[in-house]
Design a protein around this ligand. Structure first.
Ligand code: AMP
Length: 608
């Protein structure tokens, strides 16, 4: 392995190709060469990144408390504590109400990125500076050169990527609050990208930017169907969004085919920018294409439909790791198991992290190589059972391991220090080291700490679920019932998926009123109303999560569950009812005891 002397290029040239706003393209061979240099010199790149962060931000109110004006790495290692969002939140709140960015950062905070993580039910907001877009663009710029190494001819056609923006707001001081993807799709980096063969999407930008996701989805599918013979790649950022779009297609294909047949856009699409962008696609009636599509869509079950609709497709790209792995069987159903499923990148609102250098591997074997120029990365070693220590909240500085020093096979929680004002911030992701690419470690995404239920960007932990169930069970108690036991399950066999709660209920008075549907439906609503902001947004606004279901189980169902889990090795003395069921057999046992099921009759309240 040849190490390079001098490290300035690690910082400067890695961004040079994207910092020049006039030339937002890049040379593909250069991109892979740079990746080599970055990973060979991972240690130097990390030191340089940390030094730059400290130089630029040392005068901030936050850092100066610990660094006393120093930019020394050893002072950082010794003094800057490992923190969670609770420590960051007051600074974000102050910036939101108009205080200067300099309380956490040397650069101006230009936007707050709404992460899917929540803190006390509210979304977490991550600070971002304008240069962060260059970093994100840099990571995106690596994806096609990597894919091209494994799949040929990708420049000869188009990509039908279903991309969406989410609603955004402004803080009191006028700073935009938006999701990281919305920020990217609205940025000049995306909108003024240099058009080349590899970023030829079927969806026009105006349609991607449509704030109404149903109208956007309709138009994006329409474009993809019209261009079906040119489409070489299918995808979305997350597998959940891709499947939701395919299920939407299943419901609306007749309207879409009709539009193609008569050369006119459905009047349900009312967004002006969308209508305008679609004019060119529907210039003339196309009854031949409409007949072809009608024959494919109306013919039997939709197993393998993707290959029939898009016969030249070479792969489907989406995040399929972590909680998204639950969607692999469904994707395999629609793809007929014959189209490779590809997972290319790992990223978050805090920072983008890494890329998959073996994109054609099985989705269950995906590892991400962390890019050492994205942020400064450290790792908290996790003990058996993925615990940090007995006191989960306190992490001593000397426990932290640097990027290049992690050990293959070990589990870690990811900690980042960014240019935009996060210092030793616990991201909450648990990763396992699977190997190294040059000197940069590769990680398998294991889970998000504590999350037990997730369908889309919602992430519910045990405590949130417990608090919500506790509220709802008061309704039962008022009617002389008690909730004996409960557990939960993320049901993704429906589209969109939904939360299922298994409840075992007992009457406290003989001859009491029978359990009626209205009572249990109001319990469903009460649980949903007290779940967090992101869950309620997914339900009420994004419609990416379906109504919560309570499955009432017969007396003794949880004893049967315990018998099963004890027979599988759980200790009877320490047995605790799992608050979430993942194993197929446990689910089968509970489902076999269901006596009735009830759904939430309305959306929970959600305000932007
Ligand atoms: P957000 O900040 O809302 O963008 O969410 C970021 C989180 O999504 C990460 O911290 C991970 O928990 C999860 N995530 C992002 N990319 C991946 C991936 N490729 N595989 C698994 N989980 C991911």
């Amino acid at each position: 392995m040849r190490r390079h002397h001098g490290t300035n290029y690690l910082y400067n040239s890695s961004f040079a190709c994207v910092m020049d706003k006039n030339k937002l393209g890049y040379k593909r061979s250069d991109a892979l060469q740079e990746l080599e240099m970055l990973t060979v010199n991972a240690k130097e790149a990390q030191e340089l990144i940390l030094t730059k962060i400290l130089e630029r931000n040392q005068a901030s109110e936050y850092l100066s408390k610990f660094m006393n004006g120093s930019t020394n790495i050893s002072t950082f290692n010794r003094n800057v504590p490992v923190v969670t969002y609770d420590v960051v939140q007051p600074y974000i709140a102050r910036i939101s109400t108009g205080e200067d960015s300099s309380i956490i950062c040397g650069d101006r905070i230009v936007e707050l990125l709404r992460s899917s993580g929540t803190s006390r039910g509210e979304p977490r907001l991550m600070p971002a500076i304008s240069e962060d877009l260059d970093r994100r663009t840099y990571l995106y710029s690596l994806l096609m050169p990597i894919m091209n190494k494994y799949v040929s001819g990708l420049g000869e056609g188009k990509a039908m990527y279903l991309l969406f923006v989410k609603a955004e707001t402004l803080t009191d001081s006028g700073i935009p609050v938006r999701s990281v993807l919305t920020s990217y799709y609205k940025s000049p980096h995306f909108l003024h990208r240099k058009h080349d063969l590899y970023n030829n999407y079927t969806s026009p930008d105006e349609v991607i930017l449509c704030p109404d996701s149903q109208q956007s989805m309709y138009c994006q599918l329409l474009c993809g169907l019209i261009e079906r013979h040119h489409v070489l790649r299918l995808g979305a950022v997350f597998a959940s969004a891709f499947l939701r779009s395919i299920s939407f297609l299943e419901q609306h294909w007749r309207d879409l085919v009709n539009d193609i047949r008569i050369g006119k856009l459905n009047s349900n699409v009312t967004n002006n920018a969308c209508r305008l962008a679609m004019v060119g696609f529907l210039a003339l009636p196309n009854p031949e294409l409409a007949d072809e599509l009608e024959e494919i869509c109306s013919c039997g079950p939709w197993k393998g439909i993707l290959g029939r609709l898009w016969p030249n497709v070479k792969y489907i790209e989406a995040v399929l790791t972590g909680t998204m792995a639950q969607y692999i069987p469904m994707l395999e159903f629609y793809s007929g198991g014959r189209i490779p499923l590809v997972c290319t990148m790992y990223a978050s609102s805090e920072s983008y992290f890494g890329v998959n250098l073996r994109p054609l591997c099985n989705p269950t074997d995906v590892s991400y190589t962390i890019l050492p120029n994205m942020a400064y990365f450290e790792f908290i070693p996790l003990e058996d059972g993925l615990r940090v220590t007995d006191d989960e909240d306190v992490v001593e500085n000397d426990k932290l391991v640097s990027l290049v020093d992690v050990k293959v096979g070990c589990y870690y929680e990811l900690v980042v220090t960014t240019f935009s004002g996060l210092y030793r911030y616990r991201v909450g992701d648990v990763l396992q080291v699977t190997g190294f690419y040059n000197c940069a470690p590769q990680f398998k995404f294991i889970c998000r700490r504590n999350v037990i239920l997730s369908i889309d960007s919602d992430k519910t932990n045990e405590e949130d679920l417990h608090n919500s169930v506790t509220r709802a069970k008061k309704i039962l108690e008022d009617r002389n019932y008690i909730l004996l036991e409960y557990t939960s399950y993320a049901d993704t066999s429906t589209v969109p998926g939904h939360y299922v709660l298994f409840w075992e209920i007992k009457s406290t008075c003989e001859g009491g009123a029978p359990l009626d549907a209205q009572l249990l439906e109001s319990c469903c609503t009460a649980v949903e109303e007290s779940l967090d902001y992101i869950y309620r947004r997914c339900r009420a606004h994004d419609k990416s999560v379906g109504p919560l279901e309570i499955r009432l189980v017969e007396a003794g169902a949880f004893d049967a569950l315990m018998d099963l889990l004890v027979s599988q090795g759980s200790s009877i003395n320490q047995y605790k009812t799992p608050r979430c069921i993942e194993s197929g057999l446990a689910l089968k046992v509970l489902n076999s005891k269901v006596i009735a099921s009830f759904f939430s009759p309305r959306d929970p309240q959600w305000t932007m």
